[in-house]
Design a protein around this ligand. Structure first.
Ligand code: BGC
Length: 735
């Protein structure tokens, strides 16, 4: 018998939809995405509905279609499509003659398996129970498995399954494919394609097992091969279709179609149950390392697991040439592009709980250093300047313009030109990874080069103001994107100072610890004494605007002169303030899009200043923030907890953790807010738990838990050892 605590435990791993909610189609499609670090499949239904957004995305498959401003992460053919008819009536939950008698859809976070059960009257002569299961294998990331069963509850219906590989998908109207082959034979159907510009080859193939065994009818419509199986059912008997699908590309195999066929054959030999078990066991190892257990707050528990789930299904485990886009593999938002979201919001959780994956993500930046060097060179600078938006080539892929507004005008997007802090954000993530893992091999071979060459960029980028005798950075965009092209953004200037200081430390470490390899790298990057002298001078004389009267750092030069508006008067509101006030007016008011100075506090901790100074800045800046970006609340929650503002900390944490579950930003259709998910982990671990690794290698905890939480447990990797942290009745222990 199931105990109460088992029921609660199970509930804390499940996201449930019951009854069916047609009005939340796109919301639920996003949150019910399944994936395995190679691909992501939105939670659309097998049978298809108007208004749905079917999306099958695999890391790294970008294409720049003719006439488009920037590349897209390409929407692949959909392997999940299956239509079912019951005595000739097509199964549909919202149209036609049929009637829904019961419905429940569950995403089990622990097993990453999506199931749906429906009791359905076909409106004529039969009642059936349909059960759909799907998972994207974590054991073999090229494999997707579905099992669909139909049981006759009333009547003796004829059941027909029509299974397709649906190649009609595109990217919101943009087409990226040339068809190479539509094929099939026996129980197999497939599509073989190539992208128009990037020439990625991809095969999507499905193999079917039908019980009872029957010969299928094959139809090879171009771009939509299908197989139909038909049988009649006696009352209380069941029929089941297992659909195996394989996705391979020329990124993983020279002959993707052959590879897909091999994957399918192996899966069929292994069988559904055993394949599912292998998948679940693999998931257990990831949850062992990354789960956070909260006692005393079921809502937070489930929401935190939901965030962790979405980071884990998006995190590339076997590929170090791809990274996680701002919306993971769960939707079309930002066209799959990679931002600072990855390094400062997602990577920390992975560095501490899945260091191998964090390493892959940092290697993606290493492999793309050429693109970053190219960008620096094109802009007239030395070293490496990473793109604000990145895809598969490492080149800058931020669009320069928005799409036309209703009045036909377009707005210039400046982030690709001037949001340059990303180079330092990447260096910060590399240093954080090295600090926690002690992975000298990575650092010596790859990490140091990222940190140093981006420092070379800053050394050439910083401007000397001879009149004032100080160094400056003009025309920047800090995290607060409401104010563009500003001079002396404190975030950017202070992080540049940190970056150059760090680069000097790395330089010295290389020469001390690895004289031959270190000297080779330093020489290759052209770093010489003259340059080091300049870096030291910049560190000493970098301008950080500050009000001498109040001692407050000014977010950027001129910020304190902007118009003050009280944003509390604008609540409740869903739209961001820049959308309400308009682009121009927003620049004139003292409203901040997201954690900016507060982000600096999070990154620098005590190096930002004393506790009193932090409090002083929090008191001034917190009321000005609009949280216009989903990246904002979690970072504020983290700092609020450190400064003992526990009510605010919990409110912000709760908001961040539920952004997607409750669609709090109103744009969930575009995909998961992955940075928010990563920020939630940091708010909990660095904020509430106050975890820190000091320079001496000591793990420190300064817990400040919400008062209703009884305990928090999690594991972190630290210098190659896994440590279990327990906050609550017990104290920190080893595993
Ligand atoms: C935020 C950026 C973020 C981007 C992608 C923007 O709205 O302001 O900081 O990188 O979204 O998530």
């Amino acid at each position: 018998m199931t105990s109460v605590s088992e029921i609660i435990e199970q509930r804390n791993w499940q996201v449930v939809e019951a009854p069916f909610n047609a009005g939340k189609l796109s919301h639920l499609e996003t949150i019910f995405t399944i994936g395995n670090g190679f691909l992501g499949l939105r939670g659309t239904f097998e049978e298809g509905y108007p208004g749905e957004m079917v999306s099958t995305l695999a890391h790294g498959i970008f294409n720049h279609a003719e006439g488009e401003l920037v590349p897209d992460l390409v929407n692949l053919p959909n392997p999940l499509a299956v239509k079912i008819t019951v005595n000739g009536v097509e199964f549909s939950m919202e149209r036609g003659k049929g009637q829904m008698l019961g419905y429940r859809r569950v995403l089990d976070l622990r097993t990453a398996c999506l199931t749906r059960e429906v009791i359905w009257h076909n409106g004529v002569d039969a009642i059936v129970k349909l059960r759909f299961e799907r998972f994207a294998s974590l054991k073999n990331p090229h494999l997707v498995a579905q099992r669909i069963s139909v049981r006759a509850l009333l009547g003796t219906p004829i059941i027909r399954f029509n299974s397709r590989v649906d190649g009609t998908q595109n990217n919101e109207g943009v087409h990226h494919w040339e068809e190479m082959q539509t094929g099939g034979e026996g129980d197999l159907i497939f599509l073989n394609r190539v992208t128009t510009q990037s020439r990625y080859r991809i095969a999507v193939a499905s193999l079917h097992q039908f019980n009872p065994m029957l010969k299928a009818e094959l139809t090879l419509t171009a771009g939509q091969p299908s197989l139909a199986y038909q049988t009649s059912l006696a009352v209380d008997s069941e029929v089941a279709l297992i659909k195996w699908s394989a996705i391979h590309t020329n990124r993983d195999s020279d002959d993707p179609l052959h590879a897909a066929q091999m994957t399918l054959k192996a899966a069929q030999q292994q069988g559904y149950e055993s394949s599912y078990q292998a998948h679940v066991e693999e998931w257990a190892t990831y949850w062992h390392d990354s789960d956070i257990q909260i006692e005393g707050d079921e809502t937070a528990q489930r929401a935190v697991r939901f965030c962790t789930y979405h980071l884990l299904i998006a995190a590339p485990r076997d590929d170090d040439r791809v990274s996680i886009g701002a919306k993971t593999l769960s939707g079309p938002g930002y066209k799959g592009h990679v931002f600072w979201d990855t390094e400062l919001f997602m990577v920390p959780m992975l560095t501490l709980t899945q260091p191998k994956i964090a390493r892959n993500l940092l290697m993606y930046r290493y492999h793309n250093l050429e693109g970053a060097r190219h960008k620096a060179q094109k802009s007239g600078f030395a070293g490496a300047m990473f793109p604000w938006e990145s895809t598969d080539t490492g080149e800058e892929t931020t669009p320069q313009w928005t799409h036309p507004l209703p009045d036909g005008t377009r707005i210039r997007i400046w982030t690709g030109d001037n949001e340059q802090h990303i180079s330092t954000d990447i260096a910060y993530a590399v240093m954080q990874y090295w600090h926690w893992t002690g992975d000298d091999e990575f650092f010596l071979k790859y990490g140091a080069e990222i940190v140093l060459d981006t420092a070379v960029f800053w050394g050439s980028r910083v401007e000397y103001n001879a009149d004032q005798g100080r160094y400056e950075l003009t025309n920047q965009i800090g995290p607060d994107e409401y104010h563009e092209n500003v001079n002396n953004s404190v975030f950017t200037n202070r992080m540049t100072q940190w970056h150059l200081q760090t680069a000097i430390t790395v330089h010295d470490w290389l020469l001390r610890e690895h004289p031959t390899a270190g000297a080779g790298l330093i020489e290759r990057l052209g770093i010489n004494t003259q340059q080091l002298t300049r870096w030291r001078d910049i560190i000493a004389r970098m301008y950080l605007p500050k009000d001498p009267q109040t001692g407050l750092l000014e977010q950027f030069e001129g910020f304190f002169k902007l118009d003050r508006i009280d944003i509390s008067h604008w609540q409740p509101r869903v739209a961001n303030l820049d959308a309400v006030l308009g682009h121009e007016r927003t620049q004139e008011v003292m409203v901040i899009k997201q954690a900016d100075i507060v982000m600096l506090m999070a990154l620098l901790g005590d190096q930002f200043g004393s506790r009193a100074e932090q409090e002083h800045h929090w008191t001034f800046y917190y009321p000005l923030v609009d949280h216009g970006s989903s990246l904002s609340p979690s970072i504020h929650a983290w700092i609020a907890a450190r400064l003992d503002h526990m009510a605010d900390a919990y409110k912000l944490f709760h908001y961040a953790a539920n952004i997607d579950l409750e669609d709090l930003k109103g744009n969930i259709r575009d995909g998961i807010h992955a940075a928010a998910a990563g920020g939630v982990w940091q708010a909990l671990v660095f904020g509430f738990a106050g975890l820190n690794l000091d320079e001496m290698g000591n793990l420190r905890l300064m817990p400040k838990l919400p008062s209703h939480w009884r305990s928090v447990r999690f594991r972190v990797w630290c210098k190659g050892q896994q440590r279990q942290i327990v906050i609550g009745d017990e104290t920190s222990t080893n595993p």
